[in-house]
Write a protein that binds this ligand. Structure first.
Ligand SMILES: NC(=O)c1ccc[n+]([C@@H]2O[C@H](COP(=O)([O-])OP(=O)(O)OC[C@H]3O[C@@H](n4cnc5c(N)ncnc54)[C@H](O)[C@@H]3O)[C@@H](O)[C@H]2O)c1
Length: 403
């Protein structure tokens, strides 16, 4: 977002802003976390993304990076040295049997997530996380969510944009009624990879509206992407999603004029587009409508982002992990998380329902889907990982020498 505070409509005294306490209780601060006992964390899959998770856990004052399960022998050795972890394993089952862990963070390619989640749940850990897409088949996503629910294990959803601090604050304001009743929503740019990148749009829409998608009507193009067994690459969706709150959300595949989610309320509109959400005056008294400085409170963990390889843009990864660690420490349920496994499952379900409706020329499909065997394959990289598709991470990169 290129707008600076100077060019935004002044927020001083605006009835559209809430007090500085509107972020109260969302996350504990580094100072509060410093007094806690350290939770023991095991990482499963320590490739490109897993190394960022490892970095956040080793920098957190209330967690200890205790073990790593990494399939690739050379990479396992390198990341073990880089993160000074001696308890190294090839796969999750050996790790969770041998180590007493509180948290298991699974950042393997999608194909291997279910087996690792079930092994960790069986071992009785307190918290498990995965990343997107959580599965190809809905029944597999259900099995993970249910295994964790049954055992009251906190089940988190990893590095999703909805975890961004400002997005969480914006959602809290919208859902508290600060801008009046929510009246409409639109999703833009739902195309290209609907269970991959599109996962983000669904997760933000549900967060900002506090509602679930209950009905889908969709059209898709180009035609070859509508083959039932075609994977999640290239399909563009236009359509309409009915939400449990009664509003209809219009969905567009194209990224113009923006890619993201806009939610309108009686007095304001909030737009997320891969960054801190923008706030617009929705009174109808200004045309074009004016952007307002949302005056977000500072992210309590921003300092963690100052040292490479983490970057300021990794704020949503840190926020996601911090909300997860808080939930495990404080005994909060998965529904308290900035991103949960349930959120990942709902994103997959919306993507599958949209494709099913599009294949049938826009037929109305009710959610939850009755047929849990429905499947949408992710791209080969997401499904199998870099090593399998000829794009392996080099030893130099894994050692942290280059990003
Ligand atoms: N949320 C995001 O922004 C985001 C960004 C990038 C990747 N991802 C997701 O993260 C996942 C991993 O992506 P990546 O870029 O790190 O891939 P990667 O190929 O760089 O790393 C995956 C690692 O997992 C290891 N692995 C594979 N199977 C394993 C198993 N059974 N047990 C232990 N280790 C195993 C591989 O050896 C590899 O080191 C994918 O699902 C991808 O879609 C999410």
């Amino acid at each position: 977002m290129s707008m600076t505070r100077r060019v935004l409509l002044s927020s001083a005294g605006s009835p559209l802003l809430m007090s500085a306490t509107d972020s109260g209780g969302l996350l504990t601060t580094p100072e509060q976390a410093a007094g806690r006992k350290k939770l023991r964390v095991g990482i499963v899959g320590c490739g490109r993304m897993g190394q960022y998770f490892a970095e956040v856990y080793r920098r957190s004052p209330d967690t200890e990076l205790a073990a790593i399960a990494e399939y690739n022998d050379e990479r396992r050795k390198v990341v073990g040295e880089r993160f000074q972890v001696k308890a190294l394993f090839k796969e999750a089952p050996e790790m969770v049997r041998s180590e007493k862990l509180d948290i298991v963070a699974i950042i393997t390619p999608t194909k291997f997530m279910k087996a690792a989640v079930l092994a960790a749940a069986e071992a009785g850990v307190n918290g498990i996380s995965t990343d997107k897409p959580i599965a190809a088949k809905l029944a597999d996503a259900d099995a993970m969510v249910e295994a964790c629910n049954r055992r009251k294990i906190v089940f988190a959803g990893g590095n999703l944009q909805r975890a961004r601090w400002q997005t969480q604050v914006a959602a809290r304001r919208l859902r508290s009624g600060a801008y009046g009743r929510i009246t409409g929503a639109a999703v833009m740019g739902y195309g290209g990879e609907i269970s991959g990148g599109g996962c983000q749009h669904v997760a933000v829409l549900r967060l900002l509206t506090g509602a679930e998608i209950t009905q889908v009507e969709a059209f898709g193009y180009p035609a070859k992407t509508l083959a039932p067994d075609a994977d999640d690459q290239g399909l563009m969706i236009n359509g309409r999603w009915r939400l449990s709150s009664g509003i209809d959300c219009m969905v567009f595949g194209e990224r113009e004029p923006f890619s993201g989610v806009e939610v309108r309320a009686e007095r304001a509109a909030v737009r997320w587009s891969w960054n801190a959400p923008q706030l617009f005056d929705g009174s109808g008294k200004t045309a074009p409508r004016k952007e307002i400085d949302p005056a977000y409170p500072p992210f309590p963990w921003a300092k963690m982002l100052e040292t490479p390889p983490l970057r300021m843009d990794d704020d949503y990864l840190v926020a996601s992990i911090r909300s997860f660690v808080d939930a495990v420490h404080l005994g909060r349920p998965s529904s308290s998380l900035f991103v949960s496994g349930h959120d990942l499952r709902q994103s997959l379900e919306a993507a599958i329902a949209s494709k099913v409706s599009a294949i049938e020329g826009g037929r109305t499909i009710a959610l939850p889907l009755a047929d849990r065997s429905l499947t949408l394959m992710p791209s080969p990289y997401r499904w199998l990982g870099g090593d399998a598709v000829g794009n392996p991470q080099t030893v130099k990169e894994a050692s942290g020498e280059s990003r």
